[in-house]
Design a protein around this ligand. Structure first.
Ligand code: SF4
Length: 528
């Protein structure tokens, strides 16, 4: 039996036909092919012995399956070509509009230059600069519009699959559910939501507003530099934080808390999303633009042992950022540093001492003093007490709270210790595998933890009352790899409440009480 080869329609010929007609032609060709294969097999089977006839029948089944697969592939290509034609036609309109805008900007600039004459060089420069900005903005808008066209123009094939998936969700039978189509749909929706939010202004009440923040680390690249596989450390995280508030971020090790804190401070360049600080989007700022903001955004690291330079005295460590950022006149540096040390509970004679002469708690006070010496507004506290004894932890937490009240500081407090977070936070964000699964104010989350992961974390908080029976929810298994997160809800592999839908469809991140957001299929998703 000859190898199956489907005739691939010529592009020009195919453009004349509608997608339905092309599909019909491919189906007709398949039926013909199957009929010819059957006839050929029957001919071969006529005088063949029983064993050979069975082998021919098996070969026939394999050839028919291959023919069906090839037809499916051909239909996919037809649908994709039609989708591309439709998208290209829409993009051509965008290009035409862009060309018009560019011409209009050039004409306006030319008439402005003609009006002022060639002698007014400064004015000419200003007009040309304005024209370039307008053209660049129009190009950016056009590029965005084209991306939206690509995301929203779906092939007939994709639409069919989506309709089938929707039917599966409705019926609860996921046997024919196409996970790949669902994954593409989720990615499209995330990108479109980020585009839609991009133009809305920052919340004037928020000191920090994070929208659709993504931090991916490439693991595998192609020869051309295209990222083939990435570790999604932070994946589409959004929240707002008002000045003077503390946001506690909780989650197991490896959930992306620290990476998110560092990406907010631009210690990593985020892969995507927006970070509004004092109303300005700093996500795309270069390091030179970030420099004046460095004093306003500080970090306290987890390990007070390794985060202090061993060869500098406490005075030297605290004076350096003050000098670099010109916080006070040079002659007043020492007095200023001594005042910061006093605020942080450090004696003045520590000024000449070295970090190794101090205990863990005192070193963390030095780290806090270093962060506060530049008068920041936002401080990311990255597990600041996890390396300390419990009694020292309380002192440091109380110190942080006192300093917050005195200096009006805003904290992003990262910790895996819920008792500590409960004590210090106004709002709480629960992260799992790079995503925010629950977010809300402290009272609301502790009164009513809605996400099964939050419930499991909260069940592990020790209760000092011996009469209260603890009902611990023990999660089985390890946190999956962020390089290869589970399909659907990322928590489905460990969730005690997981349902079939959780393995296929990611839950929507929705607001169920005022300011209380959750992503879980246990709650209405808004589309049923
Ligand atoms: S969506 Fe499903 S798997 Fe995810 S947390 Fe909710 S119940 Fe568990």
């Amino acid at each position: 039996m000859s190898e199956n080869k489907q005739p691939v329609p010529v592009a020009n010929e195919q453009e004349q036909l509608s997608v339905e007609e092309s599909f019909q032609r491919a189906d007709d060709a398949l039926q013909e092919r199957i009929a010819s294969l059957r006839a050929q097999a029957e001919e071969e089977q006529k005088n063949a012995p029983e064993e050979a006839a069975r082998a021919i029948a098996e070969k026939l089944e394999a050839a028919i399956a291959a023919a069906r697969k090839a037809t499916e592939k051909e239909k996919k290509a037809i649908a994709e070509a039609a989708r591309k034609r439709e998208a290209d036609a829409k993009k051509a309109e965008v290009d035409a509009a862009l060309a018009q805008k560019t011409e209009a900007a050039k004409a306006a600039a030319q008439s402005a230059i003609d009006a002022v004459g060639d002698d007014a060089k400064a004015e000419k420069k200003r007009v040309l600069g304005k024209m370039k900005e307008e053209i660049a903005a129009a190009k950016r808008d056009a590029a965005k519009e084209k991306r939206v066209i690509d995301l929203t123009t779906l092939s007939v094939f994709e639409q069919q699959k989506l309709a089938e998936n929707a039917a599966c969700v409705k019926s609860g039978d996921f046997t024919s559910f196409d996970d790949e189509t669902e994954r593409r749909k989720e990615n499209r929706e995330h990108e479109l939501a980020a585009f839609a939010d991009e133009t809305s202004p920052a919340d004037p009440d928020a000191l920090l507003e994070v929208r659709h923040l993504k931090m991916y680390f490439p693991l595998k690249k192609s020869m051309s530099g295209k990222v083939l596989q990435a570790l999604r450390a932070v994946d589409d995280v959004s929240f707002k934080l008002k000045a003077g508030e503390t946001l506690g971020i909780v989650g197991e090790s490896g959930c992306g808390k620290t990476t998110m804190g560092r990406a907010i401070l631009k210690l990593y360049q985020p892969t995507g999303g927006q970070i509004f600080f004092e109303g300005a989007d700093i996500a795309r700022y270069k390091s030179s633009q970030m420099r004046p903001l460095r004093t306003k955004m500080q970090i306290i690291f987890q390990d007070p042992y390794s985060s202090l330079p061993p060869r500098s005295t406490v005075g030297g460590i605290l004076a350096e950022p003050v000098r670099v950022h010109n916080i006070v006149p040079k002659a007043e540096t020492k007095d200023y540093v001594l005042s910061v040390m006093e605020q942080c509970g450090l004696r003045d004679y520590y000024f000449e001492r070295y970090p190794h002469e101090f205990s863990g708690g005192q070193r963390q006070r030095i780290c806090i003093a270093r962060a506060l010496s530049v008068k920041p507004r936002l401080v990311v506290c990255d597990e600041p007490v996890s390396a300390l004894d419990v009694s020292i932890q309380a002192q440091i937490i109380n110190l942080l709270r006192r300093l917050q009240q005195e200096m009006g500081l805003t904290y992003v407090f990262i910790s895996h210790d819920l008792s500590v977070v409960k004590h210090i936070s106004d709002r709480i964000g629960v992260m799992y595998l790079g995503s925010m699964v629950e977010f809300g104010d402290k009272k609301s989350i502790f009164r009513n933890p809605m996400h099964p992961y939050t419930q499991a974390l909260f069940s592990a908080i020790p209760n000092p009352n011996p009469d209260v029976k603890m009902e611990r929810i023990v999660l089985s298994g390890d946190i999956p790899s962020p390089a290869n997160p589970p399909r659907g809800c990322k928590f489905n592999t460990r969730c005690p409440k997981a349902k079939e839908i959780c393995k296929h469809v990611a839950p929507a991140y929705r607001e169920y009480e005022a300011g209380h957001f959750v992503a879980c299929h246990c709650y209405p998703q808004g589309d049923e």
